[in-house]
Design a protein around this ligand. Structure first.
Ligand code: FAD
Length: 442
């Protein structure tokens, strides 16, 4: 599929060079795993959530500790490679590309309890599962990811994704695949395509932009761009939080005739009449559509949001994100608790790329506590977004807490250029690196 869409053959030499470069850069730049040191302990460590961050944490702890009782808690049996959802929604990969099982990544010696955590009790140093089972801990790592709050959009019905122009690539692999079906119908006929992002914090803030570019490209490939109007609705005054990236995307949208509204947030949808209602500074705006990619508000899962672990004040209190130190992911009031991945209330992140950088830091601090020493590992807010700008091209945007661009390949991969090599990284090199991360090797 890649070959027919990317438009350039991938010879073996280039493939090897990219694989080595992609994996190599990600590994070289990762904080040290401390593989030589194995600490003997009988500590009880609970990890809530066995997605990207939970599994990566379990793998690293299992490697560094000898004798610890490590327990992962998660009811979800499937593992989703979520960075691939965009590719499924673009028709580049099948849904099977993003689905595997949780069990295959659980390291030896780690117990998996197949339930959800219903209650966090940090004062009592225990969690309680949905069946009422209490699990006591000495250390807790919260890695529950986030909740896609589709219910906060009146009229939204996830069962209708894929029908009547209603798309949503975030919901699940099946929804991403159904959205691809709806996008194809739209690309064949044209009409009004509507795109948006929520006003809350969100995972992969580049994904709404990518999908707008992808839709534009599919229309062009079918010769139907002239029959379509594409409208992107930004939740605030920018298209991307890093100013230079905002400016670049703004220019690309302008060049491709993608209309942009600022300060517009989806409030309700009528999938039968195909009308999306937006909140705007001018009041409520009804926007008819032929195709829409709905991205819901995102919040902490209820068990975290209703616990003492969340931020106590400010915008992140209502959304329920965990109140952790941004440099080491340690909870500010419960020092034996860490929060990694999307659940962490830190200024940047909510990508798998951030997980890859956060987990080794949090693990190093946890292991140092057990060993009775101090860790100086620091997470600088690194995150990355392979921003697809058309099929066969992407900009590999990497940045930190300060909005500095921090390219992994300075002089080789320019962050703000639409490059085929960045597209190949997104479509071929990132999944193997992600799987290595789950296994604690990247
Ligand atoms: C469409 C899309 C595109 C993306 N593109 C990219 C990209 O290009 N690059 C990139 O780096 N990242 C991308 N991401 C983001 C990336 O996938 C996430 O940031 C990453 O998966 C976060 O890992 P996590 O472990 O925090 O959450 P997840 O991987 O979502 O795992 C959370 C786990 O916690 C479990 N859980 C939830 N509640 C509870 C509970 N109460 N008790 C126990 N377990 C619980 C869930 O079942 C789940 O298994 C994308 C995501 C999406 C949806």
């Amino acid at each position: 599929m890649l070959e027919s869409i990317g438009g350039r053959p991938l010879d073996r030499r280039t493939f090897l060079m990219l694989g080595a470069a992609g994996a190599g850069a990600l590994m070289l730049r990762a904080p040290p795993a401390g593989a030589a040191e194995r600490v003997r302990t009988s500590a009880r460590i609970v990890i809530a959530g066995a997605g990207a961050a939970g599994l990566a944490t379990a793998s690293r702890l299992a490697e560094r500790l000898d004798g610890a009782k490590i327990t992962l808690i998660d009811a979800r049996k499937e593992h989703y490679y979520q960075p691939g959802f965009t590719l499924v929604g673009a028709g580049v990969k099948p849904a099977s590309y993003v689905v595997s099982t949780t069990a295959e990544y659980v390291p030896g010696g780690v117990e998996l309890i197949e339930e959800r955590v219903a209650e966090f009790d940090p004062e009592g140093k225990r969690v309680v599962t949905e069946s009422g089972r209490a699990v006591a801990y000495d250390y807790l790592v919260v890695a529950t990811g986030l909740k896609l709050d589709y219910e906060a959009i009146p009229g939204m019905d996830v069962a209708r994704i894929g029908r009547n122009g209603l798309g949503s690539i975030y919901h699940s692999p099946a929804a991403a695949s159904a959205t691809w079906g709806a996008l194809q119908e739209f690309a064949d006929k044209g009409g009004v395509g509507v795109f948006c992002r929520p006003a809350t914090e969100m995972k992969c803030a580049g994904a709404p932009l990518k999908y707008t570019f992808i839709t534009d490209d599919h229309l062009r490939r079918r010769g139907n761009r002239g029959k379509a109007e594409l409208i992107y609705n930004a939740n605030n005054k920018v298209l991307f939080s890093v100013p230079i990236v905002h400016e670049k995307v703004r220019m690309l949208f302008r060049d491709r005739g993608i209309k942009t509204h600022y300060d517009r947030v989806l409030q309700a949808i009528d999938p039968g009449r195909r009308i999306a209602t937006f909140r705007s500074p001018e009041g409520t705006v009804e926007q008819p559509y032929d195709f829409i990619n709905v991205i819901p508000p995102m919040r902490a899962p209820d068990a975290v949001r209703n616990s003492a672990l969340r931020w106590q004040e400010g915008p992140w209190a209502a959304e329920g994100w965990m109140d952790v130190e941004k440099g080491n992911l340690r909870h500010k009031r419960f020092p034996e608790v860490f929060g990694v991945g999307d659940i962490a209330g830190v200024p940047k992140g909510k990508t798998a790329a951030s997980v890859k950088w956060q987990v080794p830091v949090a693990v190093d601090h946890l292991v140092a506590d057990i060993a009775g020493r101090k860790s100086d590992a620091v997470y600088n807010g690194y995150t990355s977004c392979p921003l697809i700008t058309r099929l066969g091209r992407a900009m590999l945007v990497e940045f930190d807490y300060e909005n500095n661009l921090v390219p992994s390949f300075p002089g080789v991969v320019a962050p703000l250029e639409e490059l085929w090599v960045s597209w190949v990284m997104k479509t071929m090199a990132l999944k193997p690196t992600y799987v290595s991360m789950l296994r604690g090797r990247a």
